[in-house]
Design a protein around this ligand. Structure first.
Ligand SMILES: C[S@@+](CC[C@H](N)C(=O)[O-])C[C@H]1O[C@@H](n2cnc3c(N)ncnc32)[C@H](O)[C@@H]1O
Length: 511
């Protein structure tokens, strides 16, 4: 399979593993209701890593809208990659191509480790939706083929982003953007059909007052060059139809006849297609009906009184993604959150269909608080005045900053709360979130696949795995993994009793 190379690729292939694990520090809660919605202020590379213990394999839908690398955005490539080639770039504003020939290399180096982490966060039946334009579309496609697997590529949607047409364009008015879609595992990913619009529903009628409701009539025979099979057919009332090219197999037609779903008109048979049988519209790859960029800016104006964010997406565009790829209890992640349209769309949709979807937003700039979180506050509480007033959706979120590194210079950072260390440790061992409760022993973390995990930690004194500690364990397990500073039990004893000792901090896995 072809793959893409660029300057710096070798340095970022495993960079996601070197990113330090930083603790998420909650700053405040807003609103009422079940917790779960999160807004995180910080670089998404570190934030995504911090989300792994709780969210690996749990996110149903990821939407990202990264810098498109147009040359006009002035984004900064600042990842702490330990490579001389890349160190040269750090802190530099990524500018126009003519001024900066490595613009595409930098963008790919920025995206690669983030996509790697996003892939880990996706659930088995989940999918990622990535907005992009022609500047990086071709590169992004190849990199996603590499990270998500070319066989998990689902579709490229074309979105008509421009309200009008740019008549000043030299060659073409660029009216669209793309949305690349990859599943974590394509066979497990399903798209939901979209609700039928009123226009379509009007085509269903009920002239004979069928108690099953409105229906449409579909011809059962093939016309012209359409495919089909040739046979004669007799209805259960004994009406015979001579040999013709049928669209349905004989068995299907007989079943429809049994179910009273056939209508006979002269020499023709139609099937009744009931409205209740229609699951909706399968999503198409061209979206020209989900608003546009100008309307998205108008929405920002309605929210804030002026345009304080340049590149928002319209709510209907994100809502379409949610309708296709989420159910009422899905977790949705947007790690390039900007003005927070994704949270807005999630809250609206939950209000509309009684759902309990949760959002996680990550935004690096300081406006994470003043724009991203502020928008979500207004959406929850309601905004606008008079006839433009929009009722609040209700709901809540918690706001986080990236806190200290969990491991510093190889040692456990004593500033980190013990509960956070326990969550991290359990995750590194099991890839699972720490259970809500343990077996009552203060050092017990949880049991997974027959193994009981213990963390004997005290930041003020050295801990020892000894006979006294072992005697305090009353609950039996197939095996035991015990973390402590020291162990004075003989190797043979540990072996005979299926106990694995892990030394703090030496044996704490970095991921
Ligand atoms: C195109 S905007 C997203 C707009 C968003 N979809 C909306 O509707 O408002 C991209 C956002 O990603 C943020 N961003 C860029 N690099 C980031 C990073 N490394 N970590 C977190 N946020 C980042 C930018 O600050 C910007 O707000």
């Amino acid at each position: 399979m072809p793959s893409l190379t660029w300057i710096g690729k070798d340095a970022v292939l495993n960079h996601h593993l070197d990113v330090p694990y930083r603790v998420l520090e909650k700053k405040y809660d807003f609103g009422d209701g079940e917790p779960g919605n999160k807004i995180i202020h910080g670089d998404n590379l570190e934030a995504l890593k911090s989300l792994l213990p709780e969210y690996e394999g749990r996110v149903k839908c990821i939407y990202i809208d990264p810098p498109y690398n147009t040359g006009n955005e002035n984004w900064v490539y600042n990842d702490n990659v330990n490579s001389p080639k890349i160190k040269k770039w750090l802190g530099q504003v990524v500018g126009k191509e003519s001024e900066d020939l490595t613009r595409h290399d930098k963008w790919l180096c920025m995206m690669y480790p983030r996509l790697k982490l996003l892939q880990k966060l996706l659930s088995n039946d989940g999918a990622i939706f990535i907005s992009i334009d022609d500047n990086e579309l071709a590169n992004l496609k190849l990199v996603c083929d590499e990270i998500f697997g070319a066989n998990n590529y689902v579709a490229q949607v074309i979105w008509k982003r421009k309200r009008g047409r740019d008549n000043s364009a030299r060659w073409f008015s660029k009216s669209h953007e793309s949305l690349l879609i990859y599943a974590k595992t394509k066979d497990n990913f399903n798209t939901s059909c979209l609700e039928l619009d009123e226009e379509t529903k009007k085509a269903y009628r009920n002239p004979d007052n069928d108690p099953r409701g409105d229906y449409r009539m579909l011809g059962t025979w093939a016309r012209g060059t359409q495919g089909g099979v040739k046979y004669s057919f007799e209805t259960k009332d004994g009406k015979k139809f001579k040999e013709r090219l049928w669209l349905f197999s004989k068995e299907n037609l007989e079943k429809l006849d049994q179910d009273d779903k056939l209508i006979i008109r002269g020499d023709n048979i139609y099937r009744k297609m009931f409205l209740y049988e229609n699951k909706g519209k399968i999503p198409e790859t061209v979206w020209d009906d989900v608003s546009n960029a100008a309307n998205a800016s108008d929405e920002i104006k309605r929210l804030f009184g002026k345009i304080i964010f340049d590149t928002p997406k319209p709510i209907p565009y994100i809502t379409r993604i949610l309708q296709i790829a989420t159910d009422k209890s899905s977790i949705i992640l947007d790690s390039f959150a900007g003005s927070g349209t994704t949270a807005h769309a999630v809250l609206n949709l939950n209000k509309q269909d009684g759902g309990n979807r949760k959002f996680i937003l990550v935004e690096m700039e300081d406006y994470a608080e003043t724009i991203t979180a502020e928008r979500v506050r207004r959406v929850i509480g309601g905004y606008g005045e008079g006839k433009n007033a929009v009722e609040g959706t209700g709901g809540s979120f918690s706001y986080y900053e990236l806190g200290p590194e969990l491991l510093k210079d190889g040692f456990i950072n004593e500033d980190v709360p013990e509960q956070t260390i326990r969550e991290y440790l359990y995750y590194t061992e099991t890839n699972q979130a720490l259970p809500q409760s343990n077996n009552g022993h203060p050092a017990h973390l949880g049991n997974f696949e027959g193994v009981a995990y213990y963390f004997l930690y005290n930041k003020d004194e050295t801990t020892t795995l000894d006979a006294t500690f072992l005697a305090s364990i009353s609950k039996k397990a197939d095996r035991y993994v015990i973390y402590a500073d020291n162990c004075i039990m003989p190797q043979k004893f540990l072996f005979d009793h299926d106990i694995t000792f892990k030394k703090i901090p030496r044996d704490i896995r970095r991921f």
